[in-house]
Design a protein around this ligand. Structure first.
Ligand SMILES: [Zn+2]
Length: 264
């Protein structure tokens, strides 16, 4: 299938098409790409905005929540007038106004064991902007099983972390963290707080990883390493991550379907 860009598309995307790494070829690849964003919140907002602006062909959005006043400090897809609306509907409206060419599919659902494969299948890349460990493990295990590349991220207080997984090629999230932490050790945004701009930084990195992967300039992707960001000291660090041959998701000891992950 050959796709040509219109004059208007060439103008809209001109500043990124000028990049040697992307070019017209990369732009067409983005136009043909399908990206699923899990969570239309603090991470999903900046990620989805940049992906829509960059001309991704199809964007899927998964979130079952409604917009609350306390979301607006960081979840920039949603505005004051959206309080009470489904986040996926509020998000779809903003993204369509930004770029009507992007096809947007919404899933007003929580990602669970029994719908994960159906929702994830057919996407080329997944941006995990979920806010809880069971979902992060479920995304990892399902994406590894389906062979879909994805970017993991987490944020709390003034810190964030992110890592990209290419199944079969690089270490996965479970290679690094093995199992979800016990509930009593988990601090949520609600309990620990989060600076909105930190979510913006990490969500933007997630979009960058997706665009690099999809446009075909994979050099320097965040594979086999976890990037950590501390806004308090304003420092980024790289932690090397190796593939675990006994990993429950991508190693020899693969999990059976019934134990693929826990549900929240
Ligand atoms: Zn693994």
């Amino acid at each position: 299938m050959s796709i040509r860009l219109t004059t208007e598309q060439i103008e809209r995307y001109s500043r990124q098409m000028m990049l040697r790494e992307l070019g017209g070829k990369g732009q067409i690849r983005l136009r043909q790409a399908r990206v699923l964003v899990i969570g239309a919140g603090g991470l999903g907002s900046p990620a989805a905005f940049y992906l829509a602006a960059a001309g991704i062909g199809t964007l899927g959005l998964v979130d079952r929540d409604q917009v609350e006043l306390s979301n607006l400090q960081r979840q920039i897809l949603h505005w004051t007038r959206d309080i009470g609306r489904l986040k996926v509907e509020s998000a779809k409206e903003k993204l369509s106004e930004l770029n009507a060419e992007v096809e947007i599919t919404v899933y007003p659902a929580r990602l669970e064991q029994d719908n994960a494969i159906n929702i994830l299948a057919g996407y080329d890349f997944i941006v995990d902007g979920s806010d809880n460990f069971p979902t992060k493990f479920l995304v990892n295990d399902t994406a590894v099983k389906l062979g879909i590349a994805f970017n993991h991220a987490g944020i709390v207080r003034l810190q964030g972390q992110t890592m990209t997984v290419i199944p079969g090629k690089s270490a996965c999230y479970r290679c690094l963290f093995k199992e979800p932490p016990p509930p009593e050790e988990i601090l949520s945004c609600q309990q620990a707080g989060i600076l909105g701009a930190v979510a913006g930084t990490i969500g933007s990195l997630q979009a960058t990883e997706a665009i690099k992967y999809l446009a075909g300039f994979e050099e320097g992707l965040l594979t086999d390493r976890l990037l950590t960001y501390d806004a308090k000291t304003m420092k980024f660090h790289d932690v090397e991550v190796g593939r675990d041959p006994n990993c429950g998701a991508c190693g020899n000891a693969k999990l059976g379907d019934s134990t693929i992950s826990t549900t929240a």
